[in-house]
Design a binder for this molecule. Structure first.
Ligand code: ADP
Ligand code: MG
Length: 632
């Protein structure tokens, strides 16, 4: 039994292929985790790094409380099952299962007990004397599982174990592996390219594409709240319908138009509470997503109606998939059409080719994505809300409240739009708000707040009641003010970036060897940044060297740190103070180090013009910009 942690893990193969990028995840003990994604997306490579069959290029992998980067595969307490079973053909089933234990010099009675128990769990007791070639694919895969079970590992790693089996057997084995997980009460990590396997087996699923994790979530949440168009299209059959669209906010309605179709729908703006308002201008292209089961051939089922032209139907027995097109005058074949729509209709539905039908849409299940980045523009925890505001004499009127602007925020009188990040909303202020609802987002409590005419979101530590009146505050250093579409007041950067280099030094230290004090040579490491040098712990330096290679000492590195992870000190990096930003409760000095800006938290009344900055070397995030790899 063990948890598994991946901490900024990368894999770059010697030929330069970046197979895995910045994979970070905490896997709890006893979870059933599935890695899913198209072929070549880095699933096997990640699994093989956990197993120790592949070296980690950068980052750390821990099993239980132990960092295993340098631990041999055989000492990691894991067992791996492969697609091709990898059984020894000349050995019986019994011997195949016992072999690994014999090598470990386990007692004969213990081996026998474990093999018999595993055979019983897997229902292969009667085949123990057979050779693999006299068994079916499904039976062989059971033997491969048995060989893993007898090891009693802390973690099971399974790489597409069912891909060689036919569809029917796959379904049976799927259920058996789930049962096995339940019986063994151990952590499972399971790789597959099949989204149905992922959805039916995983307690949580990691969707991957091109070496990048796209989303980590429960099957239900992946289906309901896909983070981007790729996940939305990958999970669920038939594939989600996508349409290029425009959204225009007008008072309490949003007009939804589908490009190249006559479809135009008036939707209550509350459907778009979480949608980034910047996209509701009627001009920006968005991709709208709606699943087949949220469209009905009964025009009266949902309040939003649209006409489409039927091209063909597929009867599936349980229901019928109707292929149609919202572009009712289109010439394109339905396969190529960008306005094609699949609708789930009752089994036995019949339509003529080219028949015009009216469908109704359940827009409470609508998804919206940026047309270029394909990321959702209505995330479960909204990044920000944009409210209207007016500044007069240094007082900002917004959200039905008057906020005296601190000296850090200088804004002329006039009308503004105020971008308020969710992270900037707290329950420590005097702006009146009503709790609309509270939502659990993967363990975090997201409170929806009615504030004046706007809906705001906040993450809360304590529970709040629906309808409850609360007082909220805003962290003003996080807000942006827009005037005529231009950002005129920017938030304080939450992260500083400067460049530096790793250096090594030969030093002599006194060590006690066989009771005598002796001088020995050792290596010490420093980080060189601007005109200063900071000692750097050897363990972290080794991670830089392992990830960056022996020429790491010649490489320019990016050092990242938060404004409160740098201190004004007697020595350190020389920085010129450009100005001091006073946000009322907090002050920050904006400093120049070469051509880089560094923000530093300072005391009220701070008035120096030149300072020395000391970095907390242990807490720096360090990356190699040329290969875009975070090393520490
Ligand atoms: P998946 O298991 O998701 O199908 P893999 O993890 O096997 O994908 O591979 C991810 C990427 O890494 C692919 O582009 C693959 O070609 C590449 N790759 C895998 N192994 C090696 C290797 N030994 N050398 C170079 N490239 C590799
Ligand atoms: Mg693979």
């Amino acid at each position: 039994m063990a948890s598994v942690q991946l901490n900024h893990v990368y894999k770059v193969f010697p030929n330069g292929v970046k197979a895995v990028n910045d994979f970070t995840m905490d896997i709890a003990d006893k979870e059933f985790i599935v890695f899913v994604g198209p072929s070549g997306c880095g699933k096997s490579t990640t699994l093989r790094m956990i197993a120790g069959l592949e070296e980690v290029s950068a980052g750390e992998i821990s099993i239980g409380d132990t960092v295993v980067n340098d631990v041999e595969p055989k000492d990691r307490d894991i067992a791996m099952v492969f697609q091709n079973y990898a059984l020894y053909p000349h050995m019986t089933v019994y011997e195949n299962m016992a072999f690994g234990l014999r090598i470990r010099k386990m007692k004969k009675e213990e081996i026998d007990a474990r093999v018999q128990e595993a055979a019983r769990i897997l229902g292969i007791t009667e085949y123990l004397d057979r050779k693999p070639k006299a068994m079916s694919g499904g039976q062989r895969q059971r033997v491969a599982l048995g060989r893993a079970i007898v090891r009693e590992p802390k973690v099971f790693l399974l790489d597409e174990p069912l891909s060689n089996l036919d569809a029917k057997l796959r379904t049976t084995m799927r259920a058996e592996i789930s049962k096995l997980h339940h019986k063994l009460q151990t952590t499972f990590i399971y790789v597959t390219h099949d989204q149905t396997e992922a959805m039916t087996m995983g307690t949580r699923i990691v969707v991957m594409k091109d070496g990048f994790v796209q989303q980590i979530d429960s099957p239900r949440n992946l289906y309901r709240y896909p983070a981007n168009k790729f996940v939305a299209g990958f999970i669920g059959t038939p594939q989600m319908n996508f349409f290029e669209s425009k959204l225009k906010l007008n008072k309490d309605k949003v007009t939804v138009t589908l490009d190249n179709t006559p479809v135009s729908l008036e939707v209550p703006s509350s459907y778009f509470n979480k949608t980034d308002r910047a996209y509701l201008d009627g001009e920006k292209s968005v991709i709208l997503g709606l699943r087949a089961e949220h469209i009905s051939v009964d025009a009266n089922q949902y309040p939003f109606k649209a006409k489409c032209r039927v091209s063909h139907t597929e009867e599936l027995g349980t229901d019928c998939q109707v292929y149609a097109d919202f572009n009712i005058d289109g010439e394109e074949t339905v396969g190529e059409s960008e306005t094609r729509v699949i609708v789930k209709a009752p089994a036995g539905s019949y339509y003529e080719v080219d028949e015009l039908i009216e469908v109704s849409l359940d827009l409470s299940h609508i998804h919206v994505f940026d047309a270029e980045t394909e990321e959702t523009i209505a995330p479960r925890i909204p990044a920000q809300v944009i409210a209207d505001g007016t500044v007069k004499g240094g007082v900002l009127s917004t959200l039905g409240a008057k906020i005296k602007l601190p000296s850090a925020i200088v804004a002329d009188d006039g009308k503004y739009r105020v971008a308020i990040p969710t992270s900037a909303v707290n329950f420590d202020g005097d702006i009146a708000a009503d709790v609309i609802t509270e939502e659990n987002v993967n363990g975090q409590s997201l409170v929806h707040l009615q504030v004046g005419k706007d809906v705001l979101f906040a993450l809360a530590d304590t529970n709040s009641q629906i309808g409850q009146q609360v007082k909220i505050g805003l962290d003003l250093k996080q807000i942006t003010l827009f005037k005529d579409g231009e950002a005129v007041v920017l938030p304080l950067a939450a992260e500083n970036v400067i460049t530096g280099k790793l250096a090594k030094h030969k030093i002599t230290v006194e060590k006690e060897i066989k009771g005598k004090l002796k001088k020995v040579g050792e290596l010490a490491f420093t980080l060189e940044a601007a005109d200063a040098s900071f000692s750097y712990p050897q363990t972290l330096a080794m991670r830089l060297i392992n990830g960056g290679g022996q020429d790491i000492f010649n490489k320019s590195l990016e050092l990242r740190f938060a404004p409160n992870q740098v201190k004004i000190s007697d020595d350190g990096i020389t920085a010129q103070v450009e100005r001091v930003l006073d946000y009322g409760t907090e002050c920050y000095a904006v400093c120049k180090v070469g051509d880089k800006t560094v923000n530093v938290r300072v005391e009220q009344g701070f008035d120096k013009t030149e300072v020395k900055l000391a970095l907390e070397a242990e807490s720096l995030a360090i990356s190699e910009p040329t290969r875009a790899i975070r090393l520490v």
